[in-house]
Ligand binder design. Structure first.
Ligand SMILES: [Zn+2]
Length: 427
């Protein structure tokens, strides 16, 4: 790879524009032009959910063109939307509601504590700390925990005793943390490393907070798994970048951070957990070489992405075909759970309130009482499913169908259960 400027100056910034800007040069290495992978059409912001009964009004829709950087292999969205639009203060996502995520974060703490030998004085900072689910594990183990979270979900964390600074993360926030709490032994960023527009500013902030023996642990949705299991539904505007280990390593190396351990984890249908430290401070483990060797790069990745494009299109037609058969027999169809990814699936496939009567969420979900983005499909309390017994239900959280299906049966749902991806099928 040839030498390159540390900051791709050509990348326009959407923050503060109240609109969006096209991504014309790679957000990590600055290379242009970028190669088109696929488009899922125009999508509404997944977290601007309108209350049921609201008269339909004008809403923004944004194109979803996916691009591949032939220089550093980063796959990225072709449009950056102002974070004020995609992360409104009433952002309804809470990580504590998913058992798989809770279990993963508990396991992350155990792995990090044993691998790094964490002491009770050690400071652990979580960026995009959400409701404090990850940090609760570090706090329970006796470490000093500090969250940084820009949305109101941070109030939940503060309410449960996880100190959380409510602001966007960047170099200023990092300096404030270091000044008031000292250097961090561990910085974590779970599933938010793809979200923040100026990725170099985040890594700058992370490096600023890390002590000399500090370790940065990131969890990101994994591009290769995304391709292999056809998770096009994780493509939406919150996710600006889709990392392979190679492209993540490239980014971190631009900031003198060295990846020393990496492994796949089940979160969000397939993610990678990556450990990095200041260059030369830790022994690089065999796991890094092994994962890198298994990843397609360059032309091989481009070829895989072309196949992905075709498979995504076929998957849409197959799901519609399955639903058409049910609808021709007069079936009533519900949806199970309304994660962000359901918005992409519903809008790309073209599901609407004529096809899906309602989508169920577990009691307590902040999405109940709202419409699915881009549609007038209401999101309701799941008790309705058991009283109503529709003929079929599409599991939009299909990546945790193994966890959900037995629960739905145990609670008495008798209709057919359908998973839309990776191949549409009746369970
Ligand atoms: Zn690049």
């Amino acid at each position: 790879m040839e030498s390159e400027p540390l900051r791709p100056s050509k990348v326009a910034r959407a923050a503060g524009t109240a609109a969006s800007v096209p991504v014309e040069a790679c957000q990590v290495c600055g290379h242009e032009p970028l190669n088109a992978v696929l488009s899922l059409g125009y999508m509404p912001p997944v977290n601007q959910m309108v209350a049921i009964g609201t008269v339909a009004y004008q809403q923004p829709w944004f194109p979803t063109k996916l691009l591949h950087c032939p220089n550093c292999d980063l796959v990225q969205l072709g449009l950056a939307v102002d974070p004020a639009i995609i992360f409104p203060p009433e952002y309804p996502y809470t990580s504590g509601t998913t058992k798989l995520l809770r279990d993963n974060f508990a396991e992350l703490q155990r792995e990090a504590a044993s691998m790094l030998g964490l002491g009770s004085d050690d400071l652990v900072v979580d960026i995009g700390s959400n409701d404090g689910t990850l940090l609760a594990n570090f706090k329970a183990a006796g470490h000093r925990a500090l969250g940084i979270e820009p949305t109101d979900v941070g109030d939940i964390a503060n309410g449960r005793g996880i100190p959380t600074i409510k602001r966007y993360f960047g170099i200023d926030a990092a300096r404030e943390v270091k000044r008031e709490h000292g250097a961090a032994r561990v910085v974590t960023a779970a599933n938010c490393f793809a979200h923040i527009e100026d990725v170099h500013a985040i890594v700058d902030g992370i490096v600023e907070m890390l002590g000399p023996d500090g370790v940065f642990i990131s969890e990101s949705h994994y591009l290769i798994g995304l391709i292999d299991t056809l998770q096009y539904d994780t493509i939406y505007h919150e996710h600006l970048r889709y990392y392979s280990l190679a492209s993540l390593k490239h980014l971190l190396e631009m900031h003198e951070l060295e990846v020393f351990h990496a492994r796949p984890i089940p979160s969000h249908g397939g993610s990678i957990r990556v450990y990095a430290a200041r260059r030369g401070t830790r022994t690089v483990q065999e796991s890094v070489r092994r994962m890198l060797a298994a990843e397609p790069r360059g032309d091989a990745l481009a070829k895989r992405l072309a196949e992905f494009k075709r498979d995504v299109m076929l998957s849409k037609l197959r799901l519609l075909s399955l639903l058409r058969e049910l609808k021709e027999k007069g079936a009533r169809i519900a949806g199970i759970s309304a994660p962000s990814r359901a918005s992409t699936l519903v809008n790309y496939v073209g599901l609407d309130e004529a096809i899906i009567d309602y989508v169920c969420e577990v009691p307590g979900s902040l999405k109940i009482g709202k419409y699915m983005p881009g549609t007038q499909i209401p999101v309701v309390d799941e008790t309705r499913l058991f009283a109503d017994q529709p003929d079929a239900a599409v599991i939009f959280s299909w990546h945790i169908a193994d966890e959900l299906a037995p629960k739905l049966r145990a609670k008495g749902f008798r209709g057919r259960l359908i998973t839309p991806l990776p191949a549409p099928r009746v369970l």
